[in-house]
Design a protein around this ligand. Structure first.
Ligand code: C2E
Ligand code: CA
Ligand code: CA
Length: 779
């Protein structure tokens, strides 16, 4: 988050610096331009001053020269002069002094030198000439002699006018002092330079020695007027030609320092810089404040989000205004939502939604933890299964069932011994952990919890008593792991149910076979869902017509590890545990689907399905059957339901009522396993059945066992007397079949005809059969 603040801050500063830099740059640039132009103008003006001053000097010197020339003494001297006359020279020296000139000369009328104040001025023939005199007279008399510059003035000497007898020449030195004097008037420094093949040679200057040579050097490199860098300073320079005698080129150079002129602005610039700096500091502070106000809440927000992400919901949401405040509040709301959902998920993951008790995974986890710290203590796992809970569910409905489970959960929770962990494992099963118990204490405790369950309950105004069966597994005797112990407790529970005991401790000595069976029980429900059940069918033969008229559906369990499991192994326990309802539902669906196919193939076969006692008290059964028939487009006459006498006897009133409903639908009902139960003629008469099925126990040996033959024969007669069709199952041999035909049995079923086969093989079998097959009249 620091980076956001830094970035805002930096952006601010950069923008500000850019603006201020631009302003400063513009100011100093225009100052410079302005100053440059000003100096250039000053130089032009200075040059005019210089020209005026120079002119007035020339005039003054000229007048002086003329005054001296009119002196009579000089006329005489010149008139009588001989070459190199000493007296003329003395006179000239005198005049030179008087006129404050530095040089005095006299020539004859032709310009030949008569005398000179300074000896080196013996020029011989070369000087002076008439033409030069004219030039001097016209004011262009600058003469360079041995590095010294003189302004020459010439005036004719008359005796009398207009006769010219000679010339007087006065030379005024043009030296540093003279230039300094003029420079003082112009405000610029002045230098006189000789220009010779591109080079500049200072002759006189108001500058000091270094200054003038630097100027000469700079001019040599950079050419004429403009601004130059001299000795590290910027100088503006203006040059003008000066007329000189002979072949000499002279120039006057005016020079003014731009750097110095700019220095006048320096305080102003410092002030400006100070203001800029102040502005910068203030702006920086402002930028920092802005960056902070933006970034601080963001930083707080980020911290908050990060902590939330780590699952820490304790931090209050950062307080802020504006968008960030809005964001913060929205986020806080979202966070609360997440926290609540998380809590709900956490709770749901480990709790049973119905009772609020811990669920199976939680119980297993608790058990594992307890086992880790068992340290030799005994631990008992109690698994409690409610008896006939599914019947309550069926008769009173799911709402009542749920209410019952909740009440039992609450009760167990309230009447727990200390902190015994309690859980609902699912369905109608509860589990308890007894930690640190001695063996003799376990059974009384199991009894205690069973009693808790058995206390009468009030559900929807109905007083109910429900029983429970308890299975017990002990650590370390029966297992060392949570999963094993739980499984063994479950097995113990089934052992108890099997033997109709209130509770049982896991018994490893119990028949391995039955143990396997008990273990399988817990898997049956899943087996149905995982498609491990298979529908087998066994055909029935109409004896009189010698025609296949129907078949019985028989369920098989093909277990992935244990392979083929016959129904006798699991039907009984499925009935006790309530799983039989799911099994019946599966068989009904499957049988009708096949029935549909066989009908489509043109057959008219009655499909028989076995019902168990539990199915007979399920008030939803007839409804479900009706819906299934409709869904598969089947007529009720194509379905036969086989019911055992003993199943009916369990709850005769309700069973009879239910069978009445089914019969009302038009279904055919059959009494299965006839002869094995306590047959009651009175009951039989009450039942709306059309068929009697003699149990295979009497049929298997009917050909050889005279007792069985008597029973079978009398049963057939009885059935016929009651107007029922009689079926014999378990017909294994031709001789048995012959006997049954002789007795007048209507239908036979057994290995002699066919063993049960997978439903999908039936059509092939029918095709290969020597018997006729009932066909649809409309097909
Ligand atoms: P059940 O209803 O008496 O079925 C007839 C039993 O006799 C079947 O045994 C069948 O395979 C067997 N059986 C048929 N012909 C012969 C024969 O010639 N000789 C011998 N020795 N046995 C023969 P399975 O299939 O093992 O079924 C056993 C019992 O399991 C059935 O007796 C029935 O009570 C129950 N069961 C089977 N399927 C279901 C079902 O879908 N629902 C219910 N509730 N019970 C079923
Ligand atoms: Ca049967
Ligand atoms: Ca039977």
């Amino acid at each position: 988050m620091g980076s956001l603040r830094t970035r805002i801050f930096a952006l601010f500063l950069v923008l500000l610096l850019a603006v201020l830099g631009l302003v400063l740059g513009l100011v100093s640039r225009s100052t410079y331009q302005h100053t440059l132009v000003q100096i250039q103008q000053q130089l032009v003006a200075g040059e005019r001053v210089f020209a005026n001053e120079w002119q007035s000097r020339l005039l003054a010197q000229q007048q002086l020269t003329e005054t001296v020339a009119s002196d009579f003494g000089l006329k005489d001297e010149v008139a009588n002069a001989a070459d190199g006359s000493d007296s003329l020279r003395v006179t000239l020296i005198n005049y030179r002094e008087r006129s404050r000139a530095q040089l005095a000369m006299a020539t004859d009328a032709e310009g030949s030198l008569l005398a000179s104040t300074d000896p080196p001025w013996a020029f011989g023939e070369a000087w002076p000439h008439r033409e030069l005199l004219d030039e001097v007279q016209s004011g262009q008399g600058l003469l360079l002699v041995e590095g010294r510059l003189y302004q020459l003035h010439a005036t004719p000497i008359h005796a009398p006018r207009p006769v010219v007898i000679g010339w007087l020449l006065l030379g005024f030195a043009v030296d540093d002092e003279a230039l300094r004097h003029v420079a003082g008037l112009t405000g610029a420094s002045l230098s006189l330079m000789r220009v010779e093949s591109g080079g500049y040679q200072p002759l006189a200057s108001s500058l000091d020695a270094d200054g003038r040579s630097a100027l000469a050097e700079a001019l040599r490199h950079n050419g004429r007027s403009g601004s130059l860098q001299i000795e590290g300073r910027e100088q503006v320079v203006l040059e003008r030609d000066l007329p000189a005698l002979g072949d000499v080129a002279l120039r006057v150079v005016l020079q003014q320092s731009l750097t110095e002129a700019l220095a006048d602005y320096r305080p102003l610039q410092w002030q400006l810089a100070g203001i800029v700096l102040l502005a910068l500091v203030l702006a920086a502070l402002g930028a920092f404040a802005v960056a902070s106000t933006v970034s601080r809440p963001l930083a707080a927000m980020v911290e908050y989000v990060r902590r939330t992400g780590e699952g820490d919901y304790s931090l209050p949401p950062p307080q802020a205004g504006g968008e960030i405040g809005l964001l913060s509040r929205e986020f806080a709301a979202m966070q609360r939502g997440i926290a609540e959902r998380e809590e709900a998920i956490r709770h749901a993951a480990f709790h049973d939604t119905l009772t609020g008790l811990p669920n199976r995974p939680r119980f297993q986890h608790t058990l594992s933890t307890v086992l880790e710290h068992a340290a030799g203590h005994r631990i008992a796992v109690l698994l409690m299964d409610l008896d006939h809970f599914s019947e309550i569910n069926d008769t009173l409905g799911h709402v009542a069932g749920d209410q019952l489970l909740r009440q039992i959960g609450e009760r167990l929770d309230e009447q727990r011994r200390g902190q015994d962990p309690l859980a609902r494992l699912g369905g109608d099963q509860f589990a308890l952990l007894l930690v640190g118990v001695d063996a003799p204490e376990v059974l009384p405790l199991a009894q205690h919890y069973r009693d808790v369950v058995r206390q009468p309950l009030l559900i929807e105004g109905i007083a109910l008593e429900i029983d429970a069966t308890v299975g017990i597994a002990m650590y370390p005797d029966h297992g060392e792991h949570a999963v094993t112990l739980l499984q063994r407790a479950e097995v113990a529970m089934y052992q108890a149910k099997d033997k109709h005991l209130p509770y049982a401790v896991y018994n490893p000595q119990a028949d391995r076979h039955s143990l396997l069976r008990l273990t399988l029980m817990s898997e049956l429900r899943g087996a149905i869902e995982r498609g491990q059940l298979a529908l087998y069918v066994q055909p029935k033969l109409d004896v009189a017509d010698n025609c296949i008229v129907g078949l019985e559906c028989l369920v098989r369990w093909i277990h992935p590890q244990h392979g083929f499991i016959p129904p006798d192994e699991f039907i009984g326990l499925a009935e006790q545990t309530g799983n039989i309802r799911h099994l019946t539902a599966w068989v009904l669906e499957e049988a009708m689907a096949w029935s549909r196919r066989w009908q489509d193939a043109g057959f008219a076969l009655k499909t028989a399905i076995n019902l168990s006692a539990v199915d007979l008290i399920d008030p939803t059964l007839s409804d479900r059957v009706a819906k299934l028939l409709a869904r598969h487009g089947l007529g009720a006459e194509s379905l036969v339901l086989e019911v055992t006498e003993s199943a009916v006897m369990l709850d005769p009133d309700r069973s009879v009522a239910l069978l009445g409903q089914l019969r009302g639908l038009g279904l055919r009902l059959s009494i299965d396993d006839y002869g094995t139960g306590y047959s009651s003629m009175a009951q039989l008469k009450r039942l709306p059945v059309q068929e009697l099925k003699i149990d295979k126990a009497f049929v298997l040996d009917v050909a050889d066992n005279e007792d069985d033959a008597v029973i079978v024969r009398s049963t057939i007669e009885l059935g016929h007397n009651m107007g029922l069709q009689v079926v014999a199952e378990g017909v294994e041999h031709e001789r048995g079949f012959a006997k049954l035909r002789q007795f007048g049995c209507d239908l036979v079923q057994g290995y002699w005809l066919a063993k049960p086969m997978p439903a999908r093989e039936l059509q092939d079998w029918l095709a290969a059969s020597v018997h006729a097959v009932a066909r649809r009249s409309d097909a």
